[in-house]
Design a protein around this ligand. Structure first.
Ligand SMILES: Cc1cn([C@H]2C[C@H](O)[C@@H](COP(=O)(O)OP(=O)(O)O[C@H]3O[C@H](C)C(=O)[C@H](O)[C@H]3O)O2)c(=O)[nH]c1=O
Length: 183
């Protein structure tokens, strides 16, 4: 399992070792000791989530406020997404910056996104199954968001041959300037 820090070094791209044979493949998708050693954290995961979306669906940008802030270990088990994390920690040298990666069922790539980031993804394939672990429970009262196309963040979402599709909630998320941030 290979862990590579992205341009915002607290966010890691994770590439599991894939054992292919005539039957298909096997991979270890998570190991607590490898994760903690590579990320230099002691986070543990207490909730697993799974969402399925069609092409052009954009879910995000979401986060939960402390004390319910979630770290997320995300991957795709079918299809492909462009996954994005935005640093919303005011004290961070990369505050307001974003990183992204294409996660697919073919490349098996994962992202570790610590608490303090807004997270979202755009579905690139006809459908995508997005599965992820979180370090804190869902706490809807602490759920917050950022507008996906905020000009001050400037995420370079891939262009698609279909219109983007967002929930009512996500169409009305606050701009970066108006959103609640982490200290
Ligand atoms: C996140 C969540 C949602 N729900 C319920 C609440 C709604 O009735 C329904 C759909 O929720 P929502 O529209 O917030 O789902 P997403 O748009 O996929 O939200 C997620 O999308 C982005 C990409 C994230 O990073 C977060 O994990 C999360 O905010 O599932 C639950 O019961 N538990 C949960 O943990």
């Amino acid at each position: 399992m290979k862990f590579t820090p992205l341009a915002i070094p607290d966010v890691f791209l994770i590439e599991p070792k894939v054992f292919g044979d005539a039957r298909g493949f096997f991979l270890e998708s998570f190991k607590q000791d490898s994760f903690n050693a590579a990320t230099g954290t002691s986070y543990e995961f207490i909730q697993d989530n799974h969402s399925r979306s069609s092409k052009g669906v954009l879910r995000g940008l979401h986060y939960q406020l402390p004390p319910h802030a979630q770290g997320k270990l995300v991957r795709v088990t079918s299809g492909a997404v462009f996954d994005v994390a935005v640093d919303i920690r005011r004290s961070s040298s990369t505050f307001g910056q974003w990183v992204g990666a294409e996660l697919t069922a073919e490349n098996h790539h994962q992202l570790w996104i610590p608490p303090g980031f807004a997270h979202g993804f755009l579905v690139l394939s006809d459908t995508a199954d997005f599965v992820y672990k979180t370090t804190a429970y869902y706490a809807p009262e602490s759920d917050r968001g950022l507008l996906w196309n905020d000009v001050d963040i400037g995420i370079a979402w891939p262009s698609l041959d279909v219109a983007f599709s967002l929930s009512e909630k996500d169409q009305k998320q606050p701009t970066f300037k108006l959103a609640e941030m982490f200290d």
